[in-house]
Design a binder for this molecule. Structure first.
Ligand code: PGA
Length: 248
């Protein structure tokens, strides 16, 4: 069976001092979690958070990763730099990166590949816009994004990926996909993986839901058979809220 995974995406929030406070509060609240717990702070917080997480059940994640080992890539960060901070997960292709920073299916694929090669688990984000949902192309969009993100991956690499299905219209808006809709679209994503790698690999990949997931709706979403976890934005910025989601 797939182990549930709840990850916090702090986005561009929390100074190192604020991060330290949040993590110190969070550690005891989630120490008995039955699921995998991940926090993805901004890069400047990785050092302080990474030190605090040593010996705990919380894993450290980054919000992106570059594909080159080093060099002239202003503003980017390499796998080796992240490994040195204790990072074991990296969000790749979040819709905010696709929308505001020119991330494409191709760069998502390159970043995810670099993560896998460094033994960092990529959390690959896919999801449709409101317009795409209204036009009835959600299934086509998420399938295409998934297959493109996995391009060139072996079955063994594909299995190690986590996918976050995040309908763009549900992110930070307080609007959640219904648990039935989220479940159905996640099944479509799993079918797309099965189409390339077969059912065994598809059954092994963990697929999260993301988009206004919070302490109120987490248990209903997590009860759906296809939903293996959550990528949590706003509700990951308060230790109590995040721990309630972790204990869905
Ligand atoms: P949200 O963000 O929970 O604030 O909607 C989720 C995400 O973008 O990962």
């Amino acid at each position: 069976m797939r182990k549930p995974i709840i990850a916090g995406n702090w986005k561009m929030n929390m100074t190192p001092a604020e991060a330290e406070q949040l993590i110190v509060e969070l550690i005891p609240l989630v120490k008995d979690a039955a699921c995998d717990v991940v926090v993805c702070p901004p890069y400047v917080d990785l050092a302080v958070v990474g030190k605090l997480l040593v010996g705990t059940n919380i894993k450290l994640g980054a919000q992106s990763i570059h594909w080159a080992p080093k060099g002239a890539f202003t503003g980017e960060i390499s796998a080796d730099m992240l490994l040195a901070m204790g990072v074991s997960y990296a969000i790749v292709g979040h819709s905010e990166r696709r929308q505001y920073f020119g991330e494409t299916d191709e760069t998502v694929n390159k970043r995810a590949k670099a993560a896998l090669e460094a033994n960092i688990t990529p959390i690959i984000c896919v999801g449709e816009s409101l317009e795409q949902r209204e036009n009835g192309v959600t299934d086509t969009i998420v399938s295409k994004q998934t297959v493109a993100a996995f391009a060139g991956f072996s079955a063994e690499e594909a299995e190690r990926c986590v996918i976050a299905y995040e309908p763009i219209w549900a992110i930070g808006t307080g609007k959640t996909a219904t648990s039935e809709d989220a479940n159905a679209t996640i099944k479509v994503i799993r079918d797309a993986i099965a189409g390339v790698y077969g059912a065994k690999v598809a059954d092994a990949v963990r697929i999260q839901y993301g988009g206004s997931m919070n302490p109120k709706n987490a248990s209903e979403l997590m009860a759906m058979p296809a939903i293996d976890g959550g990528l949590i934005g706003g509700a990951s910025l308060k230790s109590e809220d995040f721990s309630k989601v972790v204990h869905f």
